[in-house]
Design a protein around this ligand. Structure first.
Ligand code: DX5
Ligand code: ZN
Length: 227
Protein backbone atom coordinates (compact mmCIF):
# COMPACT_ATOMS: atom_id res chain seq x y z
CA UNK A 1 0.00 0.00 0.00
CA UNK A 2 1.27 3.47 -0.90
CA UNK A 3 0.48 5.79 2.03
CA UNK A 4 -1.56 8.96 1.71
CA UNK A 5 0.31 12.24 2.46
CA UNK A 6 1.47 12.83 6.04
CA UNK A 7 -0.01 16.30 6.36
CA UNK A 8 -3.52 17.46 5.67
CA UNK A 9 -2.86 21.16 6.03
CA UNK A 10 -1.93 24.14 3.88
CA UNK A 11 -2.11 22.28 0.62
CA UNK A 12 -4.44 21.71 -2.24
CA UNK A 13 -4.54 18.14 -3.44
CA UNK A 14 -5.80 17.21 -6.90
CA UNK A 15 -7.13 13.71 -7.49
CA UNK A 16 -7.92 12.64 -11.05
CA UNK A 17 -10.85 10.21 -11.18
CA UNK A 18 -10.21 7.25 -13.46
CA UNK A 19 -13.94 6.95 -14.17
CA UNK A 20 -13.35 9.28 -17.12
CA UNK A 21 -10.07 7.70 -18.24
CA UNK A 22 -9.71 5.81 -21.51
CA UNK A 23 -9.95 2.30 -20.11
CA UNK A 24 -8.42 0.76 -23.22
CA UNK A 25 -5.10 2.20 -22.01
CA UNK A 26 -5.67 2.78 -18.29
CA UNK A 27 -2.03 2.12 -17.37
CA UNK A 28 -0.83 4.83 -19.75
CA UNK A 29 -3.51 7.24 -18.57
CA UNK A 30 -2.58 6.94 -14.90
CA UNK A 31 1.13 7.28 -15.70
CA UNK A 32 0.29 10.54 -17.44
CA UNK A 33 -1.52 12.03 -14.46
CA UNK A 34 1.23 10.82 -12.14
CA UNK A 35 3.79 12.60 -14.31
CA UNK A 36 1.91 15.91 -14.20
CA UNK A 37 1.66 15.86 -10.38
CA UNK A 38 -1.54 14.08 -9.38
CA UNK A 39 -1.50 13.78 -5.58
CA UNK A 40 -3.52 10.58 -5.66
CA UNK A 41 -5.85 8.67 -7.94
CA UNK A 42 -9.56 8.67 -7.19
CA UNK A 43 -11.13 5.26 -7.81
CA UNK A 44 -14.93 5.15 -7.98
CA UNK A 45 -16.44 1.81 -7.00
CA UNK A 46 -20.13 1.33 -7.87
CA UNK A 47 -22.32 -1.69 -7.19
CA UNK A 48 -25.45 -0.98 -9.24
CA UNK A 49 -27.50 -0.70 -6.00
CA UNK A 50 -26.23 2.29 -4.05
CA UNK A 51 -25.94 4.08 -7.40
CA UNK A 52 -27.46 3.17 -10.76
CA UNK A 53 -24.15 2.21 -12.38
CA UNK A 54 -21.31 -0.28 -12.22
CA UNK A 55 -17.60 0.40 -12.38
CA UNK A 56 -14.50 -1.29 -10.96
CA UNK A 57 -13.44 -3.82 -8.32
CA UNK A 58 -10.32 -4.52 -6.21
CA UNK A 59 -8.48 -6.08 -9.18
CA UNK A 60 -8.17 -2.63 -10.77
CA UNK A 61 -6.54 -1.21 -7.62
CA UNK A 62 -4.10 -4.13 -7.50
CA UNK A 63 -3.12 -3.67 -11.15
CA UNK A 64 -2.69 0.10 -10.88
CA UNK A 65 -0.32 -0.33 -7.93
CA UNK A 66 2.01 -2.14 -10.32
CA UNK A 67 2.27 0.79 -12.72
CA UNK A 68 2.19 3.95 -10.57
CA UNK A 69 3.46 5.09 -7.18
CA UNK A 70 0.68 7.56 -6.36
CA UNK A 71 -1.75 6.59 -3.61
CA UNK A 72 -5.23 5.34 -4.47
CA UNK A 73 -8.23 6.96 -2.82
CA UNK A 74 -11.06 4.44 -3.18
CA UNK A 75 -14.61 5.81 -3.04
CA UNK A 76 -17.07 3.04 -2.23
CA UNK A 77 -20.48 3.87 -3.67
CA UNK A 78 -21.85 0.55 -2.50
CA UNK A 79 -24.81 -0.46 -0.38
CA UNK A 80 -22.88 -2.79 1.93
CA UNK A 81 -19.36 -1.39 2.33
CA UNK A 82 -18.33 -3.74 5.12
CA UNK A 83 -18.20 -6.64 2.62
CA UNK A 84 -15.60 -4.86 0.53
CA UNK A 85 -13.19 -3.42 3.08
CA UNK A 86 -10.93 -6.45 3.28
CA UNK A 87 -10.66 -7.06 -0.49
CA UNK A 88 -9.70 -3.43 -1.09
CA UNK A 89 -7.17 -3.43 1.74
CA UNK A 90 -5.61 -6.56 0.26
CA UNK A 91 -5.58 -4.96 -3.17
CA UNK A 92 -3.51 -2.09 -1.80
CA UNK A 93 -5.93 0.84 -1.45
CA UNK A 94 -4.40 3.86 0.36
CA UNK A 95 -7.66 5.45 1.51
CA UNK A 96 -11.12 3.94 1.76
CA UNK A 97 -14.19 6.19 1.83
CA UNK A 98 -17.63 4.83 2.60
CA UNK A 99 -20.98 6.61 2.47
CA UNK A 100 -22.85 7.79 5.55
CA UNK A 101 -26.05 6.68 3.74
CA UNK A 102 -24.83 3.10 3.27
CA UNK A 103 -26.17 0.05 5.18
CA UNK A 104 -24.55 -1.67 8.11
CA UNK A 105 -22.62 -0.40 11.10
CA UNK A 106 -20.85 2.68 9.79
CA UNK A 107 -18.69 3.16 12.88
CA UNK A 108 -17.46 -0.44 12.89
CA UNK A 109 -16.68 -0.26 9.19
CA UNK A 110 -14.72 2.96 9.66
CA UNK A 111 -12.80 1.40 12.56
CA UNK A 112 -11.82 -1.55 10.40
CA UNK A 113 -10.37 0.80 7.79
CA UNK A 114 -8.52 2.82 10.41
CA UNK A 115 -7.10 -0.28 12.10
CA UNK A 116 -5.52 -1.35 8.81
CA UNK A 117 -3.59 1.95 8.68
CA UNK A 118 -5.42 3.44 5.70
CA UNK A 119 -6.92 6.89 5.58
CA UNK A 120 -10.49 6.49 6.60
CA UNK A 121 -13.09 8.56 4.76
CA UNK A 122 -16.79 9.29 5.02
CA UNK A 123 -18.85 10.73 2.20
CA UNK A 124 -22.22 12.45 2.04
CA UNK A 125 -24.55 12.83 -0.92
CA UNK A 126 -25.87 16.29 -1.85
CA UNK A 127 -29.10 15.93 0.14
CA UNK A 128 -27.50 14.59 3.34
CA UNK A 129 -27.14 16.98 6.26
CA UNK A 130 -23.53 17.70 7.29
CA UNK A 131 -24.59 17.02 10.92
CA UNK A 132 -24.83 13.32 9.96
CA UNK A 133 -21.02 13.30 10.08
CA UNK A 134 -20.76 14.45 13.71
CA UNK A 135 -20.72 11.02 15.42
CA UNK A 136 -17.73 9.95 13.32
CA UNK A 137 -15.46 13.00 13.45
CA UNK A 138 -13.14 11.38 16.00
CA UNK A 139 -12.36 8.55 13.56
CA UNK A 140 -12.05 9.95 10.09
CA UNK A 141 -9.21 11.49 8.07
CA UNK A 142 -11.29 12.60 5.14
CA UNK A 143 -14.78 13.88 4.37
CA UNK A 144 -15.82 13.51 0.75
CA UNK A 145 -18.55 15.99 -0.15
CA UNK A 146 -20.48 14.93 -3.24
CA UNK A 147 -21.21 17.94 -5.42
CA UNK A 148 -23.26 15.82 -7.86
CA UNK A 149 -25.64 12.91 -7.26
CA UNK A 150 -23.20 10.00 -7.39
CA UNK A 151 -23.18 7.45 -10.19
CA UNK A 152 -21.78 9.12 -13.27
CA UNK A 153 -18.86 11.26 -14.37
CA UNK A 154 -19.25 14.46 -16.34
CA UNK A 155 -22.19 15.93 -14.42
CA UNK A 156 -22.62 19.58 -13.41
CA UNK A 157 -21.57 20.88 -9.99
CA UNK A 158 -24.77 21.39 -7.99
CA UNK A 159 -25.50 24.98 -6.91
CA UNK A 160 -26.08 24.03 -3.25
CA UNK A 161 -22.57 22.54 -2.98
CA UNK A 162 -20.64 25.62 -1.71
CA UNK A 163 -22.94 25.88 1.30
CA UNK A 164 -22.58 22.21 2.10
CA UNK A 165 -18.78 22.38 1.68
CA UNK A 166 -18.46 25.32 4.06
CA UNK A 167 -20.65 23.65 6.70
CA UNK A 168 -18.54 20.49 6.43
CA UNK A 169 -15.31 22.51 6.54
CA UNK A 170 -16.38 24.03 9.87
CA UNK A 171 -16.94 20.56 11.34
CA UNK A 172 -13.68 19.24 9.89
CA UNK A 173 -11.48 22.06 11.13
CA UNK A 174 -11.17 21.10 14.79
CA UNK A 175 -10.50 17.47 13.98
CA UNK A 176 -7.77 17.89 11.36
CA UNK A 177 -9.97 16.26 8.72
CA UNK A 178 -9.35 16.89 5.05
CA UNK A 179 -12.34 18.05 3.00
CA UNK A 180 -12.44 16.58 -0.49
CA UNK A 181 -15.04 17.55 -3.10
CA UNK A 182 -16.21 15.20 -5.83
CA UNK A 183 -18.30 15.95 -8.91
CA UNK A 184 -18.39 18.59 -11.62
CA UNK A 185 -15.00 20.10 -10.77
CA UNK A 186 -13.59 22.27 -13.55
CA UNK A 187 -11.72 25.60 -13.68
CA UNK A 188 -14.70 27.60 -12.44
CA UNK A 189 -15.99 25.25 -9.78
CA UNK A 190 -12.49 24.40 -8.47
CA UNK A 191 -12.17 27.96 -7.19
CA UNK A 192 -15.66 27.94 -5.69
CA UNK A 193 -14.99 24.65 -3.89
CA UNK A 194 -11.56 25.78 -2.65
CA UNK A 195 -12.95 29.05 -1.34
CA UNK A 196 -15.71 27.17 0.46
CA UNK A 197 -13.05 25.13 2.29
CA UNK A 198 -12.19 22.12 0.12
CA UNK A 199 -8.52 21.14 0.21
CA UNK A 200 -8.74 18.16 -2.14
CA UNK A 201 -10.52 18.19 -5.47
CA UNK A 202 -11.54 15.16 -7.49
CA UNK A 203 -11.73 15.74 -11.24
CA UNK A 204 -12.67 13.21 -13.88
CA UNK A 205 -14.03 14.68 -17.10
CA UNK A 206 -12.06 17.94 -16.66
CA UNK A 207 -8.76 16.01 -16.67
CA UNK A 208 -9.07 12.64 -18.43
CA UNK A 209 -11.67 13.95 -20.86
CA UNK A 210 -9.19 16.55 -22.19
CA UNK A 211 -6.67 16.20 -25.00
CA UNK A 212 -3.94 18.07 -23.11
CA UNK A 213 -3.94 16.42 -19.69
CA UNK A 214 -0.96 18.42 -18.43
CA UNK A 215 -2.65 21.72 -19.25
CA UNK A 216 -6.01 20.59 -17.89
CA UNK A 217 -4.42 19.56 -14.58
CA UNK A 218 -2.51 22.84 -14.25
CA UNK A 219 -5.59 24.88 -15.16
CA UNK A 220 -7.65 23.36 -12.37
CA UNK A 221 -4.95 23.80 -9.75
CA UNK A 222 -4.14 27.38 -10.79
CA UNK A 223 -7.79 28.36 -11.03
CA UNK A 224 -8.52 27.02 -7.54
CA UNK A 225 -5.61 28.93 -5.98
CA UNK A 226 -6.10 32.17 -7.93
CA UNK A 227 -6.92 35.21 -5.78
C1 DX5 B 1 -19.42 10.37 -9.37
C2 DX5 B 1 -18.02 10.03 -8.96
C3 DX5 B 1 -16.98 11.05 -9.30
C4 DX5 B 1 -16.78 11.31 -10.71
C5 DX5 B 1 -16.34 12.75 -10.87
O1 DX5 B 1 -20.28 9.38 -8.90
O2 DX5 B 1 -17.94 9.82 -7.58
O3 DX5 B 1 -15.74 10.74 -8.70
O4 DX5 B 1 -15.83 10.46 -11.29
O5 DX5 B 1 -16.34 12.98 -12.19
P1 DX5 B 1 -16.43 14.41 -12.85
O6 DX5 B 1 -15.24 15.17 -12.40
O7 DX5 B 1 -16.41 14.07 -14.30
O8 DX5 B 1 -17.72 15.03 -12.38
ZN1 ZN C 1 -15.87 9.61 -6.45
Amino acid sequence: MIPMPKTKQDKLYIAPSILSADLSCLGEQVKQVEAVGADWLHIDIMDGHFVPNLSFGPAVVKSLNKVVKVPQDVHLMVQEPQKFIEPFIKAGASALTIHAEARGNIRETLKEIKKAGLWCGLSIKPDTQPATLIPYLDLIDLILVMSVYPGFGGQEFLPQSPQQISQVAKLAKEHNILVEVDGGINRQTAKIAYQAGARALVAGAAIFGQTDIKQAFADIKNAALAK
